[in-house]
Design a protein around this ligand. Structure first.
Ligand code: F6P
Length: 348
């Protein structure tokens, strides 16, 4: 079989281990692989690259993706589906392995309905994809965020400051919670629980009343401010821009600055903010992400070999399983409420 491979959406440490594993396992199973450059853009424009043993040599430890990526949406382009099908035909493709998050795999779901034989590999540093306990890249970003919080800790203490750290996490607070708990954050704000500035200030004030001279606030970029009639699902984003990407998502960012200004104004404590941004997505994957990516890649190649299409590989417990790729659509895997409760014991 000839198998196409692509990576779409935001990049993420662990993509190269997946690509390497898909290629190495496919070759061993008697198949050929080619790469599409820049996600679905490469499919629409038929931009391919050879993807054999040589191309994947020495990439296990490298961050990013040797294939390149984009947020191109096949279904936002006129005749996009037709163009994609033509590209597959021209290249004599028998199967496709798209590696991506909800948007990239959302396109894959539609192409599968149009007859494309594919097996998806889940990817996002946000760890918010349904059907899988962990996505690769998440562990690396948590470690980067934790190390940054450790560094902010010492300078916050020296200067008696409040430091507000903004981490990634569009719809779910996995990164904020893990990095916040591992780094000893004093306030952790996640999209699943809209916050009020009054409550955040009261928590910081209580902590300082017990003699502490500094505080660390960890906030997800997608954390929302509670509106008057707020339930846990409601709330509004705090944004510095109204720009949207090809999938219609607003570009998040800005909550840390707004919150830091409010804390300083209301409490009078000197307050600074830090936005970790793409630092969390760059660099070498951790051992956990290299191993998870390798296991996903091998299983995806095996599923293609077994001609079990329309599936997505997933981690459940410590086992790699496969699920119907349609099951990922429409819902977000929110932060486990039991985890959230753990952090509440550390609130002053
Ligand atoms: O891929 C997920 C993610 O890292 C989100 O956490 C973040 O909101 C978004 O991507 C940033 O996207 P971009 O790299 O396009 O700015």
């Amino acid at each position: 079989m000839k198998i196409g491979v692509l990576t779409g959406g935001g990049d993420c440490p662990g993509l190269n281990p997946v690509i390497r594993a898909v290629v190495r396992a496919s070759l061993k199973l008697g198949h050929e692989t080619i790469g599409f450059r820049h996600g679905w853009k490469g499919v629409l424009e038929n931009i391919t690259m050879p993807l054999g043993r040589e191309e994947v040599s020495g990439i296990l430890h490298r961050g990013g993706t040797i294939l390149g990526t984009s947020r191109t949406n096949v279904y936002k382009v006129e005749n996009g589906e037709q163009q994609a099908l033509e590209t597959f035909e021209k290249n004599g493709l028998d199967a496709l392995i798209p590696i991506g998050g909800e948007d990239t795999l959302g396109v894959a779901v539609k192409l599968a309905k149009a007859g494309v034989k594919l097996v998806g590999v889940p990817k996002t540093i946000d760890n918010d994809l349904m059907g899988t306990d962990f996505t690769f890249g998440f562990d690396t970003s948590v470690n980067v965020a934790m190390e940054s919080i450790d560094r902010l800790h010492t300078t916050a203490e020296s200067h008696s400051r409040v430091l507000v750290v903004e981490v990634m996490g569009r719809h779910a607070g996995w990164i904020a919670w893990y990095a916040g708990v591992a780094g000893g954050g004093d306030v952790i704000l996640v999209p699943e629980h809209p916050f009020s500035v009054e409550d955040v200030c009261a928590q910081i004030q209580r902590r300082h009343d017990t003699g502490k001279n500094f505080s660390i606030v960890v906030v997800s970029e997608g954390a929302k401010v509670a509106t008057e009639a707020a339930t846990d699902e409601d709330g509004s984003y705090v944004l510095s821009s109204m720009k949207k990407d090809a999938f219609g998502h607003v570009m998040l960012g800005g909550v840390a600055k707004v919150l830091a200004d409010e804390i300083e104004d209301r409490l009078g404590f000197e307050t600074r903010h830090t936005v970790l941004g793409h630092i969390q997505r760059g660099g070498s994957p951790t051992a956990f992400d290299r191993v998870l990516g390798t296991r996903y890649g091998v299983r995806a190649a095996e599923l293609v070999h077994e001609q079990r299409f329309g599936r997505m590989v997933a981690l459940q417990g410590n086992k790699i399983v496969d699920i119907d790729i349609n099951d990922i659509s429409g819902a977000i895997k929110e932060l486990d409420p039991d985890l959230y409760k753990v952090a509440e014991y550390f609130v002053d």
